[in-house]
Design a protein around this ligand. Structure first.
Ligand SMILES: [Zn+2]
Ligand SMILES: [Zn+2]
Length: 279
């Protein structure tokens, strides 16, 4: 990546997320130190646990307004290089649409991510036990639920589309072939492209990202296919849950996007896409 390249990390968590360590202030300080041009904080919202708090996620009705307050406060005093943006990670927004609508009215968000950590009536992919013969129906259900979210459409970028594979492939050592789910994946990606939504390149699991990793990184086939289907917007996010992970893999991801034929990536402000040229 060229030194003059504009950089952005648009998927990060502050201590207002149940599983993250550092304050908005600390994250912004680190972003300035490593020279990021844009930092978007996207704290966790899990729709099913908003009105009925769960021990794991904490009291989202308090945490999410606090996230907004902390971001606005830092925005008002930040005079350094990094532009701080206010985002949110909507987990399973359709599992409780009333909660989702309420949280989206908290502020004029810059950026809304949509993610799927668990399917309806199931635990987080993190907690599941996997058997090879059950994977096809599970993943087809996953892509179907993603499609429903894209149809709904009140978000800007689809986060970590390969989330289940972290646990199916990496932890349970069960291989998943992209081509076995091509129709289902095409449905999600073409709908995303048609609705002019973004696909996220989630870089946290890939700190060594570079064009040399193109054959190994499981997100590449999705990004390549998205482009073939007319997709234009790609957002970049380290998914950092602590300052040390901020910006990890972003430079390599930009290099990979260039190799895949993308000439821009996207940053959202007031939910309006801004195209950043890849040099
Ligand atoms: Zn997530
Ligand atoms: Zn996240």
């Amino acid at each position: 990546m060229l030194k003059t390249q504009i950089t952005a990390d648009c998927h990060t968590h502050s201590s207002n997320s149940f599983d993250a360590e550092n304050s908005v202030c600390e994250m912004l300080k680190q972003a300035n130190q490593i020279g990021l041009d844009y930092l978007t904080i996207t704290d966790h919202f899990e729709s099913a646990f908003y009105f009925e708090p769960d021990e794991e996620f904490g009291d989202l009705k308090k945490l999410l307004p606090q996230s907004v307050i902390d971001i606005r406060q830092q925005q008002s005093i930040n005079t350094e290089k990094t532009e701080l943006l206010c985002g949110i990670e909507l987990g399973e927004p359709l599992h409780d649409i009333k909660a989702t609508n309420e949280v989206l009215s908290l502020t004029d968000y810059d950026f809304v991510l949509c993610s799927m950590h668990n399917l309806r009536d199931m635990g987080d992919f993190f907690w599941l036990d996997y058997k090879s013969d059950e994977i096809p129906s599970l993943l087809k259900k996953y892509f179907r639920e993603l499609c429903e979210c894209v149809q709904w459409g009140n978000f800007d970028s689809l986060a970590h589309i390969t989330y289940p594979m972290r646990y199916i492939c990496d932890r349970s050592k069960i291989a998943v072939d992209f081509n076995d789910y091509k129709n289902e994946i095409d449905e999600v990606l073409s709908l995303l492209a048609e609705k002019e939504k973004a696909l996220e390149f989630n870089t946290c699991r890939n700190p060594e990202l570079s064009p040399k990793a193109i054959g190994k990184c499981r997100d590449i086939p999705y990004l390549r296919r998205f482009k073939e289907l007319g997709g234009k917007h790609v957002t970049l996010g380290s998914d950092a849950h602590k300052t040390q992970d901020l910006g990890k893999g972003i430079g390599g991801a930009i290099d990979i996007l260039r190799e895949l034929g993308y000439s821009e990536f996207t940053v959202y402000r007031h939910r309006i896409p801004e195209l950043i040229t890849i040099k």
